[in-house]
Ligand binder design. Structure first.
Ligand code: SAM
Length: 367
């Protein structure tokens, strides 16, 4: 098929990282669920899916819908007794038309549903079909171009047995909230951050203020007390400026751990693609605790920061089972141990001079 130069846009590497992360996660997620006897159907939704193709550095790159369709179609062959349903929607019918030509055909247990509507209305309607059915497991991707989030549409998905990935376009807000003048622009930010523009203006260019606000909204939208896990990973452009945060929400602890594992894998042993220019191996003086600490950047953690985090918590707890150490890190909203257990153990042994055995570590004091 010939590339359509109007629809197929150039993107930065950070967007390719986003596709890689979603694809990696769906690969592991689908295998876990297909092997779960209580799951009869897997549903993947991208309610703002675009046309399925991009250009990055002059090369064709496939977007989320095409990647996930190809991946899950293969999975459906391995599990013929389970159903897989995909829902792809974009407000622009031309994009959906283009996408339709890139997608694989339906089979008996694998179906793709395309639509060209407002994504918020689309998920509201779809929700009615999904909810209350415990054997259907869904993953909703909510990925707008701007900081426009309709929480009322997402709310039901945050309160069911399923998972949600939200793209929070924080760069849009950092740049434009302070300049918002038109009624339309003001309404957009008020809706996304669920507060008045007067309350938002002081946020200015402080990205962490917008991020905190979004995580507070997610917390407030939950109406049951059940444990809920939210992981958030920032994405940076080639100028090293933040573009968006990908926020992963779930009531499933295994899914939470899996998403963090995939993010650290995609970012090559860091928590983002931010350039750190080697700072992660620098030590800084921690005057408060009269200590030396490894450099820490909350927008791009390294494995050394995970090691520090473990040491800080357990340093006077004596003999601690390894299981307890891994559980502690796994609860963290960003840190992961999945592929780094050996490195972490070696650093604790060599850098902190601890005794590291097969099933426990001996920290200081307590005996
Ligand atoms: C960032 S792109 C989506 C990328 C896609 N999820 C992927 O990973 O390949 C955002 C898309 O959202 C669409 N869009 C914006 N507002 C929308 C709305 N209210 N409803 C549905 N689609 C919308 C735009 O047309 C655009 O194609």
């Amino acid at each position: 098929m010939e590339t359509n130069n109007i629809l197929v846009k150039s993107i930065g590497k950070h967007s390719v990282h986003k596709f890689d992360l979603i694809e990696n996660y769906v690969k592991s997620w689908s295998q876990k669920l297909m092997n779960n006897q209580f799951c009869s159907e897997l549903v993947f939704i991208d309610c703002m899916c675009n046309c399925g193709e991009y250009i990055c550095d002059g090369k064709q790159v496939l977007g989320t819908p095409v990647r996930i369709a190809n991946l899950l179609r293969n999975v459906s062959f391995q599990y013929p007794h389970k159903k897989i349903s995909l829902y792809f929607n974009d407000i622009d019918g031309n994009k959906i038309n283009y996408l339709s030509k890139l997608l694989p055909a339906n089979t008996r247990n694998f179906s793709i549903h395309l639509s060209a509507n407002d994504g918020n209305e689309m998920i509201e309607n779809l929700g009615r079909r999904l909810f209350g059915k415990k054997s259907i497991h869904y993953l909703l991707v909510y990925d707008p171009f701007e900081a426009t989030i309709d929480w009322q549409a997402i709310k039901p998905f945050l309160n069911q047995w399923g998972e949600v990935i939200i793209n929070h376009m924080v760069s849009d807000s950092v740049r434009a909230v302070k300049m918002a003048k038109s009624e339309e622009a003001i309404e957009k930010y008020e809706k996304t951050y669920q507060c008045s523009i007067e309350e938002l203006i002081p946020f200015g260019s402080d990205k962490s203020a917008y991020e905190k606000r979004v995580s507070q909204i997610i917390k407030n939208l939950r109406f049951n007390e059940q444990d809920y896990y939210v992981a958030s990973f920032p994405f940076f452009n080639s100028k090293n400026a933040i573009v968006y945060d990908l926020i992963f929400c779930t009531s499933n602890f295994i899914g939470f751990k899996l998403f963090k594992e995939c993010a650290w894998k995609v970012f090559g042993g860091h928590s983002s693609n931010k350039k750190t220019y080697g700072n992660e191996i620098q030590y800084t003086l921690d005057f408060e605790n009269n200590d030396i600490k490894i450099f820490e950047d909350s927008y791009c953690y390294s494995i050394h920061n995970i090691v520090d985090y473990i040491y800080e918590n357990f340093k006077d707890k004596g003999k601690v089972p390894l299981k307890k150490v891994w559980e502690y890190v796994d609860m963290h909203p960003i840190f992961s141990t999945a592929n780094f257990k050996t490195i972490i153990k070696n650093e604790l042994k060599n850098e902190y001079d601890l005794t590291v055995c097969k099933s426990y570590i001996i920290f200081g004091k307590e005996s």
